[in-house]
Design a protein around this ligand. Structure first.
Ligand SMILES: Cc1ncc(COP(=O)(O)O)c(C=O)c1O
Length: 444
């Protein structure tokens, strides 16, 4: 028999329920003895089970049957079906629909539609650029021609990556990063390399060391209300990172999609390094994922490369969305909705801090998510399965990890997608789950 046949046998036992999620498999030595095979073959069987997504192994802690065959680092990227979604973050405020409806009504006349249903290029329109340039970066005044638009923030990130990084290149990222970037990088064979961080975010020393050892082509960072950690990099650190980028002659992508939630944030990283940072923002969180545009502000000498990337990627915005966004800004409606969300996010964080007091939580005061290092011996996959049984979806920490083997005991809670009372119930349920032992550790 080959190791694959033995793995098939174990797989059948898992599928038939003889082994349950969270069960610890025997030690490799015991398994080898039981099956009359060499220990080295047993070891290959276990590796094969891990490869098939049936088990997870941790050095020194044994091999466990996984709760789900889905590879844990694939974040759920489609609209959720779980009754309580703490996985995907689509913050919509109950009052925003009435506010937006008036703005939308102005656009539906025949005359407006005749104008706004025609196509538009990556530069959008002059009046959209003028409106967007009033959006919150008080200490930084890029020229309007440096602004480009895409269909969404994700498209803007994809375009920035395509313009700054050659296929097969290398990008430095925070140790925990936005999962969609991992997908974008994988598709074009770009390596993501984690950069060492402290409480204030990526350090200059980590940038220098990593660039020396692997040769970076660019860096992608979320300085304000980082997803998933909720942290905001200080002004001093932004200045330092900007200086280091200049010393190393590296371009950077600054993802500011959640930045609008911060109260009095420091100036964007781009303000300290306007000639090397491509700034990315979108309306998906500011307004709504179902009616969004992405926005890029590029260093003057990168505008044509990013424009070409937006065109060749097929990432140009919808003119109607762009016009609607412009109206939202000009009428002050967007600012009003953002303020509602800022207060709502802070209320939610306060509730979470109360319900999960004593737990290891990281979050920003105005972030719409938080990061939870689960109490031992919980691991994310078992916790996710236990939460799913209660109808609650949460995201495994590993989905955000730039390198494998990180954050397997962490989850991210998205706080923006469900209504406050349902969220409070869900948080209390999760607290109760965490205060009990995982199934594999319970003595029945
Ligand atoms: C950090 C970060 N950047 C970018 C995006 C994507 O923005 P959009 O929904 O506009 O594509 C998200 C959405 O979740 C995000 O969390």
């Amino acid at each position: 028999v080959t190791y694959r046949h033995v793995a098939d046998e174990v797989q059948r036992s898992i599928e038939s329920g003889d082994f349950r999620p969270g069960d610890r498999l025997p030690t490799q030595r015991a398994f080898a003895r039981e099956h009359g095979i060499a220990v080295s073959t047993a070891s290959r069987v276990y590796q094969e089970l891990i490869r098939r997504g049936l088990a997870s192994g941790e050095v020194g802690r044994g091999t466990f049957v996984r709760a789900s065959r889905q590879p844990l680092d694939a974040a759920l990227q489609e609209p959720q079906t779980a009754p309580t979604d703490l996985d995907l973050n689509f913050p919509l405020h109950p009052e925003q629909f009435a506010l937006a409806s008036g703005v939308m009504a102005e656009l539906t006349s025949t005359e407006h539609l005749r104008r706004h249903l025609s196509p538009v290029g990556p530069g959008g329109t002059a009046s959209a650029r003028a409106a967007f340039s009033t959006l919150g970066q008080a200490s930084w005044f890029p020229e309007e021609h440096q602004m480009l638009f895409t269909g969404s923030g994700r498209q803007a990130i994809a375009a920035a990556v395509a313009a700054l990084v050659p296929p097969g290149g290398t990008v430095g990222v925070e140790e925990l990063t936005y999962p969609v970037l991992k997908g974008i990088a994988q598709r074009v064979n770009i390596d993501l390399v984690p950069l060492g961080m402290d409480e204030d975010g990526v350090t200059s020393a980590a940038l220098v060391d990593t660039h020396r050892s692997v040769g970076l082509d660019a860096v992608y960072l979320q300085p304000t209300l980082h997803n998933p950690l909720g942290t905001t990099m200080s002004t001093g650190r932004r200045r330092e990172v900007a200086r280091t980028l200049a010393e190393l002659d590296l371009p950077a992508i600054e993802d500011a999609v959640y930045g609008f939630l911060a109260e009095d944030p420091p100036p964007p990283l781009a303000a300290f390094a306007p000639d090397r940072v491509v700034f990315v923002d979108s309306l998906s969180k500011r307004f709504a994922p179902g009616l969004s545009v992405g926005r890029l502000i590029c260093p003057a000498d990168r505008v044509s490369a990013v424009t070409a990337a937006v065109r060749s990627g097929g990432w140009i915005p919808s003119r109607f969305n762009l016009t609607f966004a412009e109206r939202l800004i000009r009428t002050g409606t967007l600012a009003a909705i953002e303020e509602l969300k800022r207060r709502d996010a802070a209320d939610r964080q306060r509730m979470v801090a109360q319900e999960l007091a004593g737990q290891r939580i990281r979050a920003g005061r105005h972030a719409y998510h938080c990061w939870w290092q689960l109490p031992r011996p919980w691991r994310a996959d078992l916790f996710i399965a236990a939460a799913a049984r209660e109808g609650i979806a949460v995201t495994p920490g590993a989905a955000f990890a730039a390198a494998p083997g990180v954050a397997s005991d962490c989850v991210r809670l998205a706080l923006g997608s469900c209504e406050f009372p349902a969220l409070a119930d869900a948080i209390r349920t999760l607290a109760a789950i965490a205060s009990d032992a995982p199934p594999a550790h319970r003595i029945d």
